[in-house]
Ligand binder design. Structure first.
Ligand SMILES: Nc1ccn([C@@H]2O[C@H](COP(=O)(O)O)[C@@H](O)[C@H]2O)c(=O)n1
Ligand SMILES: C[C@@]1(CO)OP(=O)(O)OP(=O)(O)OC[C@H]1O
Length: 161
């Protein structure tokens, strides 16, 4: 079987007056993530892992943060485009596994919603998308609630035929 693996990482600052969007799900919180796009760190990490698996560069190459076109962009729309690129090259997702590092809020109640949104966008079953959450044990910028980070690993499998 022809397989490829990629990994991705992203971090964004937490500020007042912004929504907190993770895996395409808006989560009620006192602060949200700052970015040119919707700053969805989980979706960004997954996209970078998919691109990395095929040595296709990173999301900044396809959606430059300097381009007004991507201002306020819904990251699930970007993920759809990355998925199309991957599929057009003859690959499909085997599975995704991710970790969100956030001191607050409690993310466990939102994980299933994130899996559903991502699975729908990627046109795969929800059980192919692992998402975990952990605090940073009050250490460093994430521990001080200055930001939220996400890590992702993606396995791609060559399509049959
Ligand atoms: N933002 C978060 C962080 C953690 N969780 C859940 O709590 C468990 C314990 O986290 P520790 O960082 O203290 O090890 C973790 O396994 C998650 O289930 C969460 O829901 N949201
Ligand atoms: C998707 C983009 C588009 O501007 O989102 P940003 O919110 O700028 O987030 P970042 O992870 O810093 O860079 C990726 C960008 O390509």
């Amino acid at each position: 079987m022809n397989i490829r693996i990629g990994n991705g990482y992203d971090i964004h600052r937490l500020v007042e007056g912004r929504p907190l969007i993770l895996g395409g799900v808006e989560i009620s919180h006192t602060v949200g993530l700052l970015g040119h796009s919707d700053a969805d760190v989980l979706t960004h990490a997954i996209m970078d892992a998919m691109l990395g698996a095929l040595s296709l560069g990173d999301i900044g190459h396809y959606f430059p943060p300097t381009d007004p076109k991507w201002a306020g962009a819904n990251s699930l729309m970007l993920l759809e485009q990355v998925n199309q690129l991957v599929r057009s090259r003859g690959w499909q997702i085997g599975n995704v596994d991710s970790v969100i590092v956030a001191e607050r809020p409690k993310l466990k109640p939102h994980i299933k919603d994130m899996q559903n949104k991502l699975a729908q966008t990627l046109s795969i079953d929800r059980d192919r998308i692992g998402i975990k959450a952990t605090t940073n044990e009050q250490l460093g910028p994430v521990g001080r609630e200055e930001g939220i980070a996400a890590y992702s690993v993606v396995l791609l499998v060559a399509e049959e035929g």
